[in-house]
Design a protein around this ligand. Structure first.
Ligand code: MN
Length: 254
Protein backbone atom coordinates (compact mmCIF):
# COMPACT_ATOMS: atom_id res chain seq x y z
CA UNK A 1 0.00 0.00 0.00
CA UNK A 2 1.58 3.24 -1.21
CA UNK A 3 -0.10 6.31 0.31
CA UNK A 4 0.41 9.82 -1.04
CA UNK A 5 0.05 12.46 1.67
CA UNK A 6 -0.54 16.04 0.59
CA UNK A 7 -2.25 19.20 1.86
CA UNK A 8 -3.08 22.78 0.95
CA UNK A 9 -1.34 24.52 3.86
CA UNK A 10 2.18 23.84 2.65
CA UNK A 11 4.67 21.05 3.16
CA UNK A 12 5.86 22.38 6.53
CA UNK A 13 2.37 22.58 8.09
CA UNK A 14 2.03 20.66 11.40
CA UNK A 15 -1.22 19.00 10.29
CA UNK A 16 0.59 17.30 7.41
CA UNK A 17 3.29 15.98 9.73
CA UNK A 18 0.73 14.48 12.12
CA UNK A 19 -1.13 12.87 9.21
CA UNK A 20 2.01 11.44 7.58
CA UNK A 21 3.06 10.00 10.95
CA UNK A 22 -0.19 8.03 11.34
CA UNK A 23 -0.27 6.93 7.68
CA UNK A 24 3.16 5.29 8.08
CA UNK A 25 1.38 2.69 10.21
CA UNK A 26 -0.71 1.69 7.17
CA UNK A 27 1.82 1.50 4.36
CA UNK A 28 4.64 3.21 2.51
CA UNK A 29 4.14 6.97 2.59
CA UNK A 30 5.28 9.64 0.15
CA UNK A 31 4.75 13.25 1.14
CA UNK A 32 4.38 15.59 -1.83
CA UNK A 33 2.86 18.93 -0.95
CA UNK A 34 2.89 22.57 -2.07
CA UNK A 35 5.78 24.80 -0.97
CA UNK A 36 3.32 27.45 0.24
CA UNK A 37 -0.22 27.92 1.44
CA UNK A 38 -2.94 27.23 -1.14
CA UNK A 39 -5.93 27.34 1.21
CA UNK A 40 -9.19 28.25 -0.57
CA UNK A 41 -7.50 27.96 -3.97
CA UNK A 42 -10.09 25.53 -5.40
CA UNK A 43 -9.36 22.84 -7.96
CA UNK A 44 -6.28 23.89 -9.91
CA UNK A 45 -4.40 22.50 -12.88
CA UNK A 46 -1.21 24.44 -13.61
CA UNK A 47 -0.65 24.44 -17.37
CA UNK A 48 0.97 27.80 -18.13
CA UNK A 49 4.28 27.36 -16.35
CA UNK A 50 6.65 24.55 -15.39
CA UNK A 51 6.38 22.86 -12.02
CA UNK A 52 9.50 22.46 -9.91
CA UNK A 53 9.90 19.66 -7.40
CA UNK A 54 12.47 19.62 -4.64
CA UNK A 55 13.31 17.55 -1.62
CA UNK A 56 12.71 18.99 1.84
CA UNK A 57 13.23 17.71 5.37
CA UNK A 58 10.27 17.71 7.74
CA UNK A 59 10.43 18.48 11.46
CA UNK A 60 10.57 14.76 12.35
CA UNK A 61 13.66 14.28 10.15
CA UNK A 62 11.79 12.50 7.37
CA UNK A 63 12.17 13.46 3.71
CA UNK A 64 9.34 14.97 1.69
CA UNK A 65 8.85 16.51 -1.74
CA UNK A 66 7.50 19.99 -2.32
CA UNK A 67 6.35 21.71 -5.49
CA UNK A 68 5.41 25.24 -6.49
CA UNK A 69 2.13 23.83 -7.78
CA UNK A 70 -1.29 23.53 -6.16
CA UNK A 71 -2.50 20.57 -4.04
CA UNK A 72 -4.28 19.05 -7.06
CA UNK A 73 -1.07 19.48 -9.08
CA UNK A 74 0.76 17.45 -6.41
CA UNK A 75 -1.70 14.59 -6.86
CA UNK A 76 -1.50 14.75 -10.66
CA UNK A 77 2.32 14.83 -10.57
CA UNK A 78 2.46 11.79 -8.31
CA UNK A 79 -0.04 9.81 -10.36
CA UNK A 80 1.58 10.84 -13.67
CA UNK A 81 4.64 8.91 -12.55
CA UNK A 82 6.79 11.54 -10.94
CA UNK A 83 7.13 8.85 -8.28
CA UNK A 84 8.75 5.56 -9.25
CA UNK A 85 6.16 3.58 -7.29
CA UNK A 86 2.48 3.54 -8.19
CA UNK A 87 0.23 5.46 -5.77
CA UNK A 88 -2.68 3.44 -4.31
CA UNK A 89 -4.43 6.06 -2.19
CA UNK A 90 -4.32 9.82 -1.60
CA UNK A 91 -4.85 11.47 1.79
CA UNK A 92 -4.98 15.24 2.14
CA UNK A 93 -4.71 17.30 5.32
CA UNK A 94 -4.93 17.81 8.12
CA UNK A 95 -6.45 21.18 7.39
CA UNK A 96 -6.67 23.43 10.48
CA UNK A 97 -10.26 24.43 9.66
CA UNK A 98 -13.38 22.48 8.77
CA UNK A 99 -14.43 22.03 5.13
CA UNK A 100 -18.21 21.79 5.13
CA UNK A 101 -21.03 22.24 2.66
CA UNK A 102 -20.07 24.61 -0.15
CA UNK A 103 -16.52 24.84 1.24
CA UNK A 104 -15.62 21.75 -0.76
CA UNK A 105 -15.40 23.74 -3.99
CA UNK A 106 -13.06 26.32 -2.43
CA UNK A 107 -10.94 23.90 -0.45
CA UNK A 108 -7.47 22.92 -1.62
CA UNK A 109 -7.58 20.07 0.91
CA UNK A 110 -10.73 18.59 -0.62
CA UNK A 111 -9.81 19.28 -4.26
CA UNK A 112 -6.60 17.27 -3.79
CA UNK A 113 -8.83 14.29 -2.92
CA UNK A 114 -11.05 15.17 -5.90
CA UNK A 115 -8.01 14.96 -8.16
CA UNK A 116 -7.42 11.43 -6.86
CA UNK A 117 -11.03 10.52 -7.70
CA UNK A 118 -10.54 11.86 -11.25
CA UNK A 119 -7.64 9.45 -11.68
CA UNK A 120 -9.66 6.55 -10.28
CA UNK A 121 -7.88 6.40 -6.94
CA UNK A 122 -9.47 6.58 -3.48
CA UNK A 123 -9.08 10.05 -2.00
CA UNK A 124 -9.61 11.13 1.59
CA UNK A 125 -9.61 14.75 2.82
CA UNK A 126 -9.16 15.38 6.55
CA UNK A 127 -9.98 18.69 8.24
CA UNK A 128 -10.01 19.72 11.87
CA UNK A 129 -12.77 21.97 13.18
CA UNK A 130 -10.48 24.03 15.38
CA UNK A 131 -11.92 26.77 17.58
CA UNK A 132 -12.20 30.12 15.82
CA UNK A 133 -9.92 32.09 18.11
CA UNK A 134 -7.49 29.36 19.07
CA UNK A 135 -4.13 30.68 20.24
CA UNK A 136 -0.91 28.68 20.05
CA UNK A 137 -0.33 25.29 18.47
CA UNK A 138 -3.22 23.04 17.56
CA UNK A 139 -3.18 19.41 18.70
CA UNK A 140 -3.57 17.38 15.50
CA UNK A 141 -2.95 14.01 17.16
CA UNK A 142 -6.60 12.98 17.80
CA UNK A 143 -7.62 13.96 14.25
CA UNK A 144 -4.61 12.08 12.85
CA UNK A 145 -5.73 8.96 14.74
CA UNK A 146 -9.22 9.41 13.26
CA UNK A 147 -7.59 9.69 9.82
CA UNK A 148 -5.82 6.40 10.40
CA UNK A 149 -9.11 4.67 11.31
CA UNK A 150 -10.85 6.10 8.25
CA UNK A 151 -8.06 5.27 5.80
CA UNK A 152 -7.71 1.81 7.29
CA UNK A 153 -11.45 1.24 6.66
CA UNK A 154 -11.04 2.52 3.08
CA UNK A 155 -8.17 0.07 2.52
CA UNK A 156 -10.23 -2.77 3.97
CA UNK A 157 -13.50 -2.06 2.15
CA UNK A 158 -12.34 -0.22 -0.97
CA UNK A 159 -14.08 2.91 -2.29
CA UNK A 160 -16.04 2.79 -5.56
CA UNK A 161 -14.16 4.57 -8.38
CA UNK A 162 -14.85 8.28 -8.54
CA UNK A 163 -15.77 8.60 -4.87
CA UNK A 164 -13.81 10.58 -2.28
CA UNK A 165 -14.40 11.01 1.43
CA UNK A 166 -14.56 14.43 3.04
CA UNK A 167 -13.76 13.91 6.72
CA UNK A 168 -14.16 16.62 9.35
CA UNK A 169 -13.08 16.08 12.95
CA UNK A 170 -14.30 18.11 15.96
CA UNK A 171 -11.55 19.67 18.07
CA UNK A 172 -11.95 17.22 20.96
CA UNK A 173 -9.81 14.70 22.82
CA UNK A 174 -10.02 11.03 21.74
CA UNK A 175 -12.41 10.04 24.53
CA UNK A 176 -14.61 13.09 23.99
CA UNK A 177 -15.34 12.18 20.35
CA UNK A 178 -18.85 10.71 20.18
CA UNK A 179 -18.14 8.50 17.15
CA UNK A 180 -18.28 8.59 13.37
CA UNK A 181 -21.31 9.64 11.32
CA UNK A 182 -21.74 9.29 7.57
CA UNK A 183 -23.30 12.57 6.51
CA UNK A 184 -24.37 14.70 3.57
CA UNK A 185 -23.18 18.20 2.73
CA UNK A 186 -24.87 20.80 4.90
CA UNK A 187 -25.37 24.46 4.31
CA UNK A 188 -22.62 26.91 5.11
CA UNK A 189 -23.56 30.45 6.09
CA UNK A 190 -20.87 32.79 4.79
CA UNK A 191 -20.47 36.14 6.49
CA UNK A 192 -18.08 37.73 4.02
CA UNK A 193 -17.99 41.49 3.75
CA UNK A 194 -16.02 43.65 1.37
CA UNK A 195 -13.51 45.91 3.05
CA UNK A 196 -12.47 48.93 1.01
CA UNK A 197 -9.30 50.75 2.02
CA UNK A 198 -6.81 53.09 0.45
CA UNK A 199 -3.17 52.39 -0.24
CA UNK A 200 -0.49 55.00 0.67
CA UNK A 201 -0.98 56.62 -2.75
CA UNK A 202 -4.69 57.07 -2.29
CA UNK A 203 -5.73 54.26 -4.61
CA UNK A 204 -8.50 51.98 -3.32
CA UNK A 205 -7.99 48.29 -2.74
CA UNK A 206 -10.45 45.64 -1.64
CA UNK A 207 -10.21 42.79 0.78
CA UNK A 208 -12.80 40.06 1.35
CA UNK A 209 -13.20 40.16 5.13
CA UNK A 210 -15.93 39.48 7.66
CA UNK A 211 -16.42 36.77 10.27
CA UNK A 212 -15.65 33.09 9.79
CA UNK A 213 -18.52 31.13 8.24
CA UNK A 214 -21.04 29.31 10.40
CA UNK A 215 -23.61 26.81 9.15
CA UNK A 216 -27.05 25.30 9.58
CA UNK A 217 -26.71 22.53 12.21
CA UNK A 218 -29.21 20.19 10.58
CA UNK A 219 -29.22 16.52 11.58
CA UNK A 220 -27.65 14.25 8.98
CA UNK A 221 -25.33 16.96 7.68
CA UNK A 222 -21.60 17.47 8.06
CA UNK A 223 -22.08 20.65 10.09
CA UNK A 224 -24.74 18.99 12.29
CA UNK A 225 -22.42 16.05 13.08
CA UNK A 226 -19.52 18.30 14.09
CA UNK A 227 -21.71 20.44 16.34
CA UNK A 228 -22.92 17.25 18.08
CA UNK A 229 -19.32 16.09 18.67
CA UNK A 230 -19.13 13.45 15.93
CA UNK A 231 -16.58 12.93 13.19
CA UNK A 232 -18.34 13.70 9.90
CA UNK A 233 -17.62 11.46 6.89
CA UNK A 234 -19.24 12.73 3.68
CA UNK A 235 -18.91 10.67 0.51
CA UNK A 236 -18.54 12.99 -2.49
CA UNK A 237 -18.41 12.60 -6.23
CA UNK A 238 -17.74 15.09 -8.96
CA UNK A 239 -21.06 14.77 -10.75
CA UNK A 240 -22.63 18.14 -9.93
CA UNK A 241 -25.63 17.61 -12.23
CA UNK A 242 -28.86 19.00 -10.77
CA UNK A 243 -30.94 15.91 -11.63
CA UNK A 244 -34.08 17.30 -9.96
CA UNK A 245 -34.39 20.09 -12.51
CA UNK A 246 -33.31 18.20 -15.63
CA UNK A 247 -36.83 17.26 -16.72
CA UNK A 248 -38.29 20.71 -16.07
CA UNK A 249 -35.50 22.30 -18.09
CA UNK A 250 -36.13 19.92 -20.97
CA UNK A 251 -39.66 21.32 -21.22
CA UNK A 252 -38.37 24.87 -21.76
CA UNK A 253 -38.58 26.29 -25.24
CA UNK A 254 -34.90 26.49 -26.08
MN1 MN B 1 -5.76 24.95 4.32
Amino acid sequence: MHILVTNDDGVLAPGLLALAHEMRGLGAVTVLAPDRNWSASGHVKTLDRPLRVREVRLADGSTALSTDGAPSDCVALAILQLLPEKVDLVVSGINPNANLGHDVTYSGTVTAAMEAAIWGLPGVAISLDSPENHLGQLDYAPAARVARRVVSAVIENGLPKGILLNVNVPYLLDDELKGMLVTRQGLRVYRDTLVRREDPRGRPYYWIGGDAPTGVPEEGTDFGALKAGYVSITPLHLDLTAYAIQQELSAWKW
